[in-house]
Design a protein around this ligand. Structure first.
Ligand SMILES: [Zn+2]
Length: 254
């Protein structure tokens, strides 16, 4: 169903056209690349509170302010989980193509609400349990520090909408959250979501042939390829050369 959906981007992003119609190799608009850069940075972000703070400083509008704040409060209070890390884990699972029925993708896009029903069985059950534990921890903080001290607005991530456009003949996906815009755009070019062959960092490939996240990893990859060649194909060639030399030597002896 989602394939036919056309994104409605934020007013200031001048990209009304259906993004999936862009040719693969066409240079992406600047805004999209910015969103992708933030998404890659989030996927690769560490789990510590300083990682969260540093990401929040670099990308203050990627998530709602309350989302950062409540995750920071939980981390500072010494709680095991928080939504920043929970969403990051779901994103990584989608990125690694381990979300076969699309549950995580729909939750991340904000078109499937997390509730106490509809997720029976499957590996998402455990993630669901952690989500509920985070909610419980937030409520506990709220009772300890008072409502004003704790931001409970995590459910703002579910604010995305799908609307029907009779004249346009399309369903439209609309969100105000940059994280969801970035993820939606990546979904329309999901072949670009990869893991670097060398350092295993999450990357968004510029071309179908891109396998490495950086010049450094690309150089290392080339080195490994050359070494691999030297060890396999090179070895065969050396053996062939040796064999033909031996044959020549035998010929001379005759
Ligand atoms: Zn790399």
């Amino acid at each position: 169903m989602l394939v036919s959906i056309v994104i409605i981007l934020h007013e200031h992003i001048n990209e009304q056209a259906s993004v999936q119609k862009l040719p693969m190799n066409q240079r992406a608009p600047k805004d999209r690349e910015k969103l992708f850069a933030a998404l890659v940075s989030f996927a690769n972000c560490g789990d510590k509170v300083q990682d969260l703070n540093s990401f929040g400083r670099s990308h203050p509008t990627f998530f709602p302010t309350g989302f950062y704040e409540q995750s920071r409060q939980l981390a500072v209070a010494g709680k095991k989980g928080n939504f920043f890390n929970w969403y990051k884990r779901q994103l990584r699972t989608v990125w690694e193509v381990r979300d076969p029925d699309g549950t995580r993708l729909e939750v991340l896009l904000g078109i499937r609400e997390m509730g106490f029903y509809g997720f029976e069985g499957g590996d998402f059950q455990a993630e669901m349990g952690e989500y509920q534990a985070i909610q419980a921890d937030l409520i506990e903080l709220w009772h300890t520090h008072g409502q004003e001290g704790v931001n409970l607005a995590a459910n703002k991530l579910f604010g995305a909408q799908i609307t029907a456009d009779w004249h346009g003949g399309k369903l439209r996906y609309a969100t105000q959250i940059d994280f969801q815009k970035a993820l939606y755009l990546l979904m329309t070019e999901s072949w670009r979501a990869r893991l670097c062959r060398i350092c295993r960092r999450y990357m968004i490939a510029a071309k179908p042939a891109s396998l490495y996240c950086s010049i450094e990893c690309s150089a290392e990859g080339r080195q490994k390829r050359d070494l691999g060649y030297w060890r396999t194909a090179g070895k065969i060639r050396r053996m062939e050369r040796k064999a033909s030399k031996e044959q020549e030597a035998e010929g001379e002896n005759l």
